[in-house]
Design a protein around this ligand. Structure first.
Ligand code: HEM
Length: 135
């Protein structure tokens, strides 16, 4: 049972679609984060869905369509500071719960999002207040 991938545990592509739809509706309701995203977010939504499905053990459609993820490079055009990371993470963790992702997949996904969102920070800031810890 524990050999099952997260992709399988949570019900495959339809669940990733629900997760990303929920996440993006939170972004659209958050003017501070929305301004970081391009005016048209449809392509990004598809990319996010395919990437997460692939990362969590589903088919490698993302790589076939867009090549190697190189996520830090793909995020370079966008200003991502601690604040943007915290908002992004808060919305994603809320989306995980809103679509009802159960344990143990929930913890695995949360840990990935906490780690990977921190890795995406690309804006140097003068002060270092420390990252918000979400448990
Ligand atoms: C777990 C961390 C993250 C992952 C796995 C992730 C993944 C992705 C993926 C797969 C894409 C689409 C790339 C493509 O079109 O091929 C994307 C786009 C984007 N991400 Fe992230 N991301 C993360 C964190 C963040 C954070 C913290 C921000 C901060 C605001 C952010 C902002 C954006 C923006 C602005 C785009 C462009 C959307 C577009 O072109 O429509 N991401 N991300």
């Amino acid at each position: 049972m524990s050999q099952q991938t997260v992709f399988e545990q949570i019900g495959g592509l339809p669940t990733f679609e629900r997760l990303v739809n929920d996440f993006y509706s939170r972004i659209e309701a958050d003017p501070e984060l929305r301004r970081v995203f391009p005016p048209d977010i449809e392509e990004g939504k598809i990319g996010q869905t395919l990437f997460l499905a692939q990362y969590f053990g589903g088919p490698d459609v993302y790589n076939q369509q867009r090549g190697h993820p190189r996520l830090r490079m793909r995020h370079a055009p966008f200003e991502i500071g601690r604040r943007e990371r915290d908002l992004w993470l808060e919305h994603m963790l809320e989306a995980v719960d809103a679509v009802g992702i159960a344990e143990p997949a929930r913890t695995e996904m949360r840990e990935y999002f906490i780690r990977a969102s921190t890795f995406m920070i690309n804006k140097l800031e003068p002060s270092h207040p420390g990252l918000k810890v979400i448990k």
